[in-house]
Design a protein around this ligand. Structure first.
Ligand code: 7PJ
Length: 281
């Protein structure tokens, strides 16, 4: 029997890697800012990712790219909630990328299956917003705040610090009544981390997975891949696929990606080689 992830009305079997498709409805995200501000365009893109095999669609109304400015609550609600309602009504498992308890509550009422918080539910009232219902939660590590986090990230032992933070947050969620099967952890690649920190965390995914919580890896198009390859954000698809494969090969359960079709193909090949060799005919 394999592990499962419960989020809202969905139960995911973690015996194969899940693919989360990114839908940024922000004017300023680093690789696709401004492209999906029109709700019909955003819905089309979400439906395309679903049709391409995304298990979850992650909707974000506040950019968290390095240097990004905060968004006022009303704007974030107006961007995100109508999309959550529309997609949830179509049976899509919707994640909402937010740090604000009011947005969490509205998103959950609109049918969101998972709250994906780059602040790991540290805002006052965030854990409570998620606790008294069945939503899943993704707890991400970040050092500092988006506006300044890439200035000079410093760690003694990056893996130990990130792991300890994530376990502490997960236990705080469990203490508030969020069942273990509803919790995902994420080292937060690029959030207050140098390339060396990101590589150390990627290599340490087995250590993170050993906590028993499923691990989400978000490396798609990120700056570290640009540092390695010398490519701009819109030329980082091969690098992103390599990173996603490196993550699942080390035990990541979910990959958060812009390019769903290509990533799903890569996951299928990996799955066939690694896991399905007995059952394929
Ligand atoms: C992540 C995220 C990530 C989780 C962003 C980007 C920046 N949520 N939201 N993990 N990244 N859980 O997509 O490059 O890595 S926004």
């Amino acid at each position: 029997m394999t592990a499962t992830l419960r989020c809202g009305s969905f139960t995911f079997d973690l015996g194969r890697p899940l693919v989360m498709g990114i839908l940024n409805v922000t004017p300023d995200s680093f690789s696709d800012g401004g492209r999906y501000m029109d709700p019909e365009h955003a819905l089309d893109h979400a439906r395309r990712m679903r049709d391409e095999g995304a298990d979850l669609i992650d909707i974000g109304g506040e950019s968290s790219r390095p240097g990004a400015l905060p968004v006022v609550e009303g704007d974030e609600l107006a961007r995100v909630v109508p999309l959550v309602s529309a997609l949830a009504a179509e049976g899509v498992a919707v994640a909402v990328d937010t740090r604000k308890p009011a947005v969490m509550r509205a998103a959950i009422s609109a049918g969101a299956a998972l709250i994906n918080d780059i602040g790991a539910l540290t805002a006052s009232g965030a854990i409570e917003a998620c606790a008294d219902n069945e939503v899943g939660v993704c707890l991400m590590h970040m050092q500092g705040e988006p506006q300044t986090m890439q200035a000079a990230p410093v760690y003694g032992d990056v893996v130990a610090e990130v792991r300890a933070f994530l376990v502490a947050r997960a236990l705080a969620c469990e203490a508030a009544g969020i069942a273990r099967e509803r919790i995902v952890i994420d080292p937060g690649f690029g959030f207050g981390k140098t390339l060396a920190h990101n590589l150390a965390l990627l290599r340490a995914i087995p250590t993170l997975a050993a906590t028993g919580y499923p691990v989400l890896a978000g490396l798609s198009r990120k700056a570290s891949l640009g540092q390695i390859t010398g490519r701009n954000a819109d030329e980082r698809l091969p690098a992103s696929i390599a990173a996603a494969l490196a993550a699942v090969a080390r035990g990541a359960s979910i990959v958060r990606v812009h390019d769903v079709r290509e990533t799903v193909d890569a996951m299928k090949v990996w799955q066939a080689v690694e896991r399905d060799s007995q059952t394929l005919r």
